[in-house]
Design a protein around this ligand. Structure first.
Ligand code: AMP
Ligand code: GLY
Length: 427
């Protein structure tokens, strides 16, 4: 099987790596890819850019792809999967309409209400007076979200009413609606639910670290590290997430005439009342998918093809490595604000071992072919170990071999879980 993967980030590098381990996959082509993907797969340019569905479908035909996997949300929301499918090529990724589950938080809340999915109470606001009323009704900590796509960075969670108002007013100023939500208390985790529009197959859960700095301090980011499994979550948590959340949502999408094919990323908080949805996304999370794919033993290509072809009910139950996996992101100076670009990256090869590997994200080659930074999250190191402590040790040991001037990373990825210090609220 030949698979074309669309995207440039750590998520796509992780997907390409897992696809190459599938004995039924002979060729992986990535577009545009990145310097790390380029070492293992055939990278092709996309002259029309990543939102150009016709260009992507043309490339899929040119390389005779059996399957196109669309990594990021922006091309999905732009309708790339629709164009690919119209050419009769199997595509892993939802249609433009179904991708609204990520593209609009207000739409996601509407579907959640229809599916009776447990989530935070929410108020959609279009002007300041409404915003103030909603903040009054929810009380601190305040959760204020930009309604549109914001790569996880459009959300402010704060005790400070003035900061909450300022964020909302800033979103209005940029022409966006705002969603104000009740605060969900409890550890967060991600469940990636593969679906063909009817059947739901969940992957093992992971926990992501959204804030920039240790201890959950600093601004929200796209994610600074992740681990799997979750020693603090009970074994039946996946059943609860599928039965109460993912399956009812997929059923509602089907009934609305907009079946969702691809991965429904369910971002959750484990509250005293059980799992509650924080957000839906229409693609794999980055870096949260990295430790999950590190542990997946079932061949990924056949799984994604089954989802794209409506055959997920035929797949056998998934097999997982018993080892733990930890991913730590190295971010450029300035991230999540404006990252500095063009800094030299050294030591990547030294970070690779039998237990660890490097996934590229914001990397590029300069005119001399040297590896330099080109984005906020530069790369991540993924390591496997017998337990979270061992995987953590290996990941940080590998990361210590990489040098990028003034780069930063969190030192506490998976630490609380390893120490048994993640607690679920009881009241
Ligand atoms: P989102 O873009 O909706 O994923 O939000 C980004 C991050 O903000 C989440 O990962 C949470 O850490 C935090 N967050 C969002 N909504 C809530 C909520 N209702 N309660 C608590 N934290 C939230
Ligand atoms: N890691 C969070 C996300 O991909 O949205």
């Amino acid at each position: 099987m030949k698979i074309l993967v669309i995207g440039t980030g750590g998520r796509e590098h992780a997907i390409v790596r897992a696809l190459l381990a599938d004995p039924d996959v002979d060729t992986v082509i990535a577009a545009p890819g990145n310097p790390g993907i380029d070492l293992v797969a055939d990278c092709r340019a996309l002259p029309g850019g990543i939102l150009d569905g016709v260009g992507i479908a043309d490339l899929a035909e040119e390389v005779s792809a059996d399957l196109v996997v669309v990594g990021p949300e922006a091309p999905l929301v732009a309708g790339v999967a629709d164009v690919v499918r119209e050419r009769g090529i199997a595509c892993f990724g939802p249609s433009q309409q179904a991708a609204q589950l990520e593209g609009s938080k207000a739409f996601a809340k509407e579907v959640m209400a229809q599916a009776d999915v447990p989530t935070a109470r929410a108020y959609v606001c279009d002007h300041e007076e409404q915003l103030r009323e909603a903040l009054d009704a929810t009380s601190a900590p305040y959760v204020v979200k930009d309604d549109g796509l914001a790569a996880g960075k459009g959300v402010v969670v704060t005790e400070d009413l003035d900061e909450a108002i300022a964020h909302g007013v800033g979103c209005f100023g940029a022409g966006a609606s705002v969603v104000v939500e009740e605060y969900l208390n409890g550890p967060e985790f991600s469940v990636f639910c593969l679906t063909d529009g009817v059947t739901v197959v969940p992957l093992t859960p992971a926990q992501d670290f959204k804030r920039a700095h240790d201890g959950g301090e600093g601004p929200n980011t796209g994610g600074m590290g992740a681990y799997s499994p979750l020693p603090w979550a009970s074994d039946d948590i996946l059943d609860a997430v599928v039965d109460r959340i993912a399956q009812p949502t997929i059923d509602v999408m089907l009934r609305r005439g907009t079946p969702f094919v691809g991965v429904l990323y369910v971002g959750l908080a484990l509250t005293s009342q059980g799992p509650r949805v924080v957000e839906f996304n229409a693609r794999f999370g980055d870096p949260d998918i990295q430790p999950v794919l590190a542990r997946l033993m079932t061949p990924l290509g056949s799984l994604l093809l089954a989802a794209a072809k409506g055959e997920l009910d035929e797949v056998e139950s998934l097999a997982w490595r018993s080892e733990a996996a930890v991913s730590v992101v190295l971010a450029a100076q300035g991230y999540p604000g404006t990252p500095r670009k063009g800094d030299p990256i050294s030591g990547v090869q030294d970070a690779e071992s039998d237990h660890s590997y490097v996934l590229h994200a914001g990397t590029a080659r300069d005119q001399d072919g040297a590896l330099v930074t080109s984005g906020g999250r530069v790369l991540s190191v993924v390591a496997l170990g017998d337990d979270l402590g061992s995987a953590r040790g290996r990941a940080y040991d590998a990361l210590g071999r990489i040098d990028v001037p003034d780069a930063h990373f969190r030192t506490d990825i998976a630490l609380a879980a390893h120490r048994g210090e993640v607690s679920i609220p009881t009241d």
